[in-house]
Design a protein around this ligand. Structure first.
Ligand code: MN
Length: 462
């Protein structure tokens, strides 16, 4: 059992990681996994996933020690002394609430999820460790009882896959979905899996040929590129097949990723692609307009020689890494946009709802419910839960803007505060800093917890 890929860390960091390795080994000594292997195999695998995802030294160390507070006699203070407060907080963040007699099992689970959520909000590295932990547990789920398999797979599909999507960790999301489906609907999984294999077999040669041509064209323009084929995951195909009898006209089924050395090469590459293939005329530019989960790429759907649709995705290596493993902790810490867009609502819900059941119901709604995507007057994308109004939009942008809002213009037309946002709306908030604020009647126009809380606050202050 060895960790690989440590070279990218400084010598000092490598030493710390190895020290944590020894501590974890000692702490879990004698414990056995359901598979019959020593328990220590698990934290090592989790740390390895985190190393492969490019996470920082504290996250990797937390990965090695992530089960010590829960399953060994290690204490929080010992962790602080040995590896610092940051590691200790991450480990604490992924540790379940202790069992207490007064709470039933469901209350305990909901309480634990609530605790996790609040830690995610503070430090996104907690969620990365949780994903690595869940990923390894799902990969080794075969050793669990059928009942446990079902429960874990269900929870993964309900909570962790959508969370991975939320922070833009597409590859983790896809693997979690596929592993869950395998245990939840083994028959359907097998069908979708073989449909996918068949698709790969029939299309591979054509896709390779397309990649060769693009590569050649780019080479003539002195642009170096690494092309990669990407096929929709099994779960995506399963969902499509549930509504359609055949895998035809499925959007996003076949993609070619073009990974470039620099952002400067991205737009000329788009030109080259459009010259070579008939484009579908719906190019999307997520480079100048990143998605709220940090995703960046140029999307150019084109017609392949056999008439099928192929999505060409043009991006740099850095963008590809973010699209694979999600937004980085430094992006999250340093850019207020991500914090506001991703998890700020958790804070308001936490203040608003004492009961864990209410908290989770509301959190699920805001996290995983349907969203609408709208644009600011500057053309930046914002995401709100479906049913959100222009008032919710104003408060999402800034509390001050919400409080001083007088009206709103959507797609160049004046609208009422009760206007419900539709996808692709372009929204401009008209504000007046001399306004006295709104009365509690504006609560009727607000649907998000953040907006409601601010309107109540405003009326308390007056
Ligand atoms: Mn674990």
């Amino acid at each position: 059992m060895e960790l690989t890929g440590l070279e990218r860390f400084s010598l000092n960091e490598q030493q710390k990681i190895l020290a944590a390795y020894q501590v974890a080994k000692k702490q879990h000594e004698g414990q056995i996994r359901k598979s019959g292997e020593p328990y220590f195999v698990h934290p090592v695998a989790v740390a390895q996933i985190l190393i492969d995802c490019g996470e920082d030294v504290d996250t990797v160390i937390a990965g090695l020690l992530h089960d010590t507070l829960e399953d060994t006699n290690m204490t929080f203070n010992e962790l602080v002394m040995l590896f610092g407060i940051s590691v200790a907080r991450i480990v604490d963040g992924v540790t379940k609430l202790p069992k207490v007699k007064e709470l039933n099992k469901q209350e305990l689970e909901l309480g634990t999820i609530r605790k996790f959520m609040i830690h995610y909000l503070k430090d996104i590295r907690v969620i990365k460790v949780k994903f690595a932990d869940r990923l390894h547990n799902m990969r080794t789920l075969e050793f669990m009882s059928p009942k446990k398999q079902f429960l874990k797979a269900e929870e993964t599909l309900e909570v962790y896959a959508p969370l991975a999507f939320k922070i833009g960790a597409y590859r983790i999301k896809e693997e979690l979905e596929d592993l869950s489906l395998k245990y939840l609907e083994p028959q359907d999984y097998a069908t979708a899996f073989s449909e996918r294999e068949l698709m790969i077999q029939t299309k591979r040669e054509m896709l390779n040929e397309m990649m060769r041509k693009i590569h050649q064209d780019l080479f003539h323009q002195n642009i170096l590129c690494t092309p990669k084929i990407k096929i929709k995951n099994v779960y995506g195909i399963y969902k499509f097949l549930k509504q359609n009898s055949q895998l035809v006209n499925m959007d996003d089924l076949l993609s070619i990723k073009l990974i470039l050395e620099s952002i400067r090469d991205c737009y000329p590459t788009l030109g080259v692609v459009n010259q070579r293939f008939r484009s579908k005329n719906c190019i999307q530019d997520f480079i100048s307009n990143p998605k709220p989960n940090g995703y960046q790429s140029l999307h150019a759907p084109v017609f392949a020689p056999d008439g099928s649709q192929v999505h060409i995705r043009i991006r740099t290596e850095e963008m590809d890494k973010i699209a694979t493993y999600g937004i980085t902790s430094s992006m999250y810490q340093n850019n207020p946009f991500y914090k506001e867009q991703l998890f700020s609502f958790i804070e308001s819900i936490d203040e608003e709802y004492l009961n864990n059941q209410d908290f989770w119901r509301k959190a699920k709604q805001e996290l995983f419910g349907d969203n609408v995507y709208v644009y600011t007057s500057k053309g930046e994308i914002r995401v709100l839960p479906k049913g959100a109004t222009v008032v919710d939009f104003a408060y999402l942008i800034h509390t001050g803007l919400g409080n001083s809002m007088v009206s709103a213009i959507v797609n160049n037309e004046l609208v009422l505060p009760s206007y419900v946002l539709q996808n692709s709306d372009q929204v401009e908030i008209i504000s007046n800093s001399n306004t006295m604020g709104h009365g509690l009647d504006w609560l009727n126009y607000a649907n998000t917890t953040v907006a409601k809380r601010e309107i109540r606050k405003l009326n308390r202050a007056v």
